[in-house]
Design a protein. Sequence first.
Length: 633
Amino acid sequence: MGNDGRCFGHTSDTRSVNDTLEKFSHDGNLWFTSGVSLNQGILDRVFSSAPIVDGRRTVQDGRFSASQFDGDVNFQVMFRGRTDFSEANFRAKAVFRSATFGGDVHLRFAKFFGEVDFGEDPALGVSFQGVADFYGATFHDSATFFGASFSRGANFIHVNFNGMTYFWRTDFAGPVSFWRSTFSGDFNCGGVAGGAHFREAVDFTDAVFCGELDLTDVRFSGTVDFGTLVLHRWTSWLRLGATFNRPVTLAISASRVEARGLRMLGGGRLNIRAGEVNLSDSDFPLPTIIGGLHDTGRVEDRLFLERFERKDKESREICRRIHSGEMHFGEEEGRWARTDKPFIVSLARANLSGLALSGVNLTWCEFGGAHNLDKLRIEHDVLFDEVPRGKWLRFRTRRRVIAEEAMWRAGHGFFGWHNPRQRGLSFPRPTGRGVRWVLGRVRLLLRQAMGWRRRYSLRGSGDPRQVAGLYRALRKGFEDNKYEPGAADFYYGEMEMRRAASNSLTERFLLFLYWLISGYGMRAWRALAAFTLVVLLSGALFSQWGFAEPVPTQRATRLNPDGTIAYGKYRAPSPDGFLEGFRFSLLSATSLLRPFEAKPLTGLGVAVDVSLRLIGPALLGLAILSIRARVKR
């Protein structure tokens, strides 16, 4: 300050200014009176007098509390001691990208009305070597911390980020807290530019996210506390491709969770309420539970849900007040609707050795390329897709199928099957005129009647050999967990894909017969129906051509006049037609080692009898095995 009470930029006391700057050039202490107005010209004049240490202009102790910065300002000096910007107002853009803070820096309740640049390049990011305190600060525009480093921790408690926020490649060596902070725009800690690294504890408890949250490639080496992580904007995404080195528990609510590349190296639990969850390329080496947010009846779960719903409602109201209707924060509908059983759309190429799924929906889930799929634990309340059952296909047996089989069948024209990748698409409407329109209409009605629902696709994907391998791994996982009824559906799907992938006509024919007569040993009614049909057909054969004519015998026919008896050939009457044939057929089919009945048979009858003794017990055995597979525990 000059002797006339005015600041450097307006004082006429040149001598006083020069004396002050001379003193500053020696001790490096720079104190501004509270409420002083500063601009870039004043800062350049002051910093040009700062002492040079290690080739850089250096401020030992800087006090800018409650200062008013008019216009764009750029700090390109080193602050070695304590730096105080508390309650300062930055009216335009503020650039700190080349600054270094050797001691603690305080920006408590500071207000940034323009863009804030703490680094836009990894080589030029700000270095905070002390504690960075942003408590209660407000960023009205975008805030960029690209390449910044925090050596002793950072305090972002009660901070309002009203614009876009970027922490790309930011290094937090100490603890960090975002407790009760509000992010009105998108919050980006990772992405194509590189993710942040939190080396110590980080706290996001009660933080409000009104935009999207990007944690792609972010590393959490310490403990993490997100509390309840709620994203409220309609169709907002949570990109959760982060690495957690320690156990973590997350409760998430978002329209879509893009967790591609998520690494839960310490295990943990994810409770999710979302429309879709993508877990492809993820890594779960230690026990990790992923489940929906629903009431299980337990008291602790009910209390947790009550807190979650209260937090959800409160933060949603905050976002509505902030944006005043600019963005939609109502209830989502359709594909992005949040459900208590979120749709997991992909586990492709993920390491599932420690993963357990509970209360989720796997109707659209793709498993292709997943590792340790046989170790995936799937609880009883997990939903799968089912075989389509149209108006004319009520006879189809219900079973659980995976998305890869549905895509393959949809691509090969199987009636009723849809491609899960093309969900939400409607049927193509018939075009043309006359006969062409009628044929198109008939074709449309036929598809709808045969079970096509909501979704339609002309092309699918997947190799049946690979799909068979996926079913085999899933079946093994269910069998290892002693859940035989659940494994039965996957065994059925495995055999279906084996039959489709077979290049041998003999093998395909045998598998076709196995499917036809017993549903691969999984459908008892088919085996019983085949047994009944064989018995009836054999009975008809026996009654018509199976029984030999009775051998003629000698029998007294008359008494001659001379008292002798005349003998003639006698043929006994044939047995009762079809009923006798059915009785004999049933006895043959249920008696593998029964001695032949003393009944004359033709050559055809002997062949049918031998065949029945082999086929009948086999069909009954398949029926028994099918029943056992369904009731075994």
